[in-house]
Design a protein around this ligand. Structure first.
Ligand code: SAM
Length: 209
């Protein structure tokens, strides 16, 4: 029970030795199938300007940056330890001008309106206290015709994962996410289902009008 609470807190906001040096690697391994699916759906183009919210260990972030030409990949995370370790691990991509990382909360992004043509996030929506407000913020920073991809493990699969996800996780079904995206104003919303060792996950894809 105490261990489950500790891990749940770390998953929400990695910190300290465990969060920085262990959890970030673990996240990269255990969430690779979700990241693969998101990367496939993003179809990264040389001149894309892509924002990832809550990049954690940076598996998706760095793979996107490796595919970028004169565009830019931007990562945001609200854990100062995630930013700290990222500045060290991703230094070649940061120095090459292919990647930027920022310490910020998804609900209040330090970017002008219409800054990105794609935004994505994997395994973070469970921790947003106000989903509608974050989605509005993502809509604001996205250009017209821009793409949003939100990937998460569904409520049904989460409920089978046991103790950890009972602490601080808000769980959603595919239909919940579809409705949130539609309510905020995203169009052409569709859900793509996938499977990994945690069970079923989804990628919700939408566009800004
Ligand atoms: C469970 S980890 C997922 C990391 C990575 N996306 C993955 O799937 O492996 C959640 C990450 O989102 C970040 N995060 C959670 N809520 C956030 C928020 N409101 N704003 C910015 N980052 C957030 C955490 O610090 C953490 O790095």
């Amino acid at each position: 029970m105490i261990l489950a609470k500790f891990i749940a807190r770390q998953l929400r906001k990695p910190s300290g030795f465990f969060g920085k040096y262990f959890l970030t690697h673990m996240l990269n391994r255990s969430n690779k199938a979700m990241n693969d699916q998101v990367l496939h759906l993003l179809q990264v183009q040389q001149d894309d300007r892509i924002l990832e919210i809550g990049f954690g260990g940076g598996d998706l972030l760095t793979r996107m940056a490796q595919n970028i030409g004169d565009g830019l990949i931007t990562g945001v995370d609200f854990s100062s330890d995630v930013i700290d370790i990222g500045e060290k691990r991703f230094q070649p991509l940061l120095d090459a001008g292919k990647l930027e990382i920022h310490h910020a909360d998804a609900g209040s992004l330090p970017f002008d309106a219409n800054s990105f043509n794609k935004v994505c996030t994997v395994n973070t929506i469970y921790f947003w206290p106000d989903v509608e407000q974050v989605l509005q913020e993502l809509l604001r920073v996205l250009q017209s015709k821009g793409l949003i991809i939100i990937s998460l493990t569904t409520r049904e699969s989460m409920n089978k994962l046991g103790e950890i996800t009972r602490h601080g996780f808000i769980k959603y079904s595919a239909e919940d996410i579809k409705q949130w995206l539609g309510k905020v104003g995203f169009i052409n919303v569709r859900i793509i289902f996938g499977k990994n060792n945690h069970g079923e996950f989804i990628c919700a894809v939408g566009e800004k009008f």
